[in-house]
Design a protein around this ligand. Sequence first.
Ligand code: ATP
Length: 300
Amino acid sequence: MLQLFIPLGFLGIVYRQIKYALADMDLVFKLLEREPEIQDAPGAPALILRQGRLRFDGVSFHYQPERPILRDVDFRIEPGEKVAVVGHSGAGKSTLARLLFRSYEVNAGRILIDDQDIRDVTQQSLRGAIGIVPQDTVLFNDSIYYNLAYGRPDASREEVERAAELAHIRAFVESLPDGWDTVVGERGLKLSGGEKQRVAIARAILKRPRIMLFDEATSSLDSKTEQAIQQTLAEVAEDHTTLVIAHRLSTVVDAQRILVMESGRIIEQGEHRRLLADGGVYAAMWELQQREREQVPSAS
Ligand code: ATP
């Protein structure tokens, strides 16, 4: 009997590890909407992470050769700086995130983290350096505790609770009748868009990455939830290098720099007030969104 228990216990550990691994891949592919293809260069070293300085250096990219998506994109994000990318749908914003995560290779130029070309280092070390808050967070049919901790299964209970607190989801979890054991996901408690994003923020906090990539939800949250998420993100992002892919301008006002993309190029950049004063594409987009806001009564 004992003989049977040992392998079963071992299988349990293996199962849990596979589940973690699959969950991770599932999340990544959902975010990046693609199959794995890119291989590490033979003998590639791990990324040596220092402050987390990020640079896109003359990056061009296409999914299909006949249709360029990014054209000579050039920008830097200094350690601790928050940069937001805005632009009309299809401008190439999420593509920047996919390239940074090295789900696709650039066709020209390079992407550097702390002066290392991301093609020259292992994907595992690259991805370990980046915390992602995706548009749509994948939840597993498991306890909310498992869902929060899965990015770092070795995290202690205190660390998970602290991350949940920073992400402003702890009080919500503890108010549920089954607390941390509440099963969520398809067959469990359904979380709202805002709650799911907070789970993703808590996961990112647990990972303690130098670089945060926030792909804002396209579906709009009510303005109270949106504000709360923004507040949370601002706190979390404080000493991280942060790239926000923004679909709403209201969420980028506090960014140190806003990159405005059109047809795969950065056509304007600066902080909110400066871009408004310039009276260009950003100012026109801002005015349009303000008018739309006035017409649609707030959901909160
Ligand atoms: P949105 O604000 O709507 O999310 P975006 O600015 O993030 O848009 P991207 O998702 O970067 O835009 O897409 C840029 C262009 O690349 C779009 O025209 C899109 O159709 C195209 N595209 C995106 N993914 C692929 C793909 N896997 N294969 C081919 N074309 C793609």
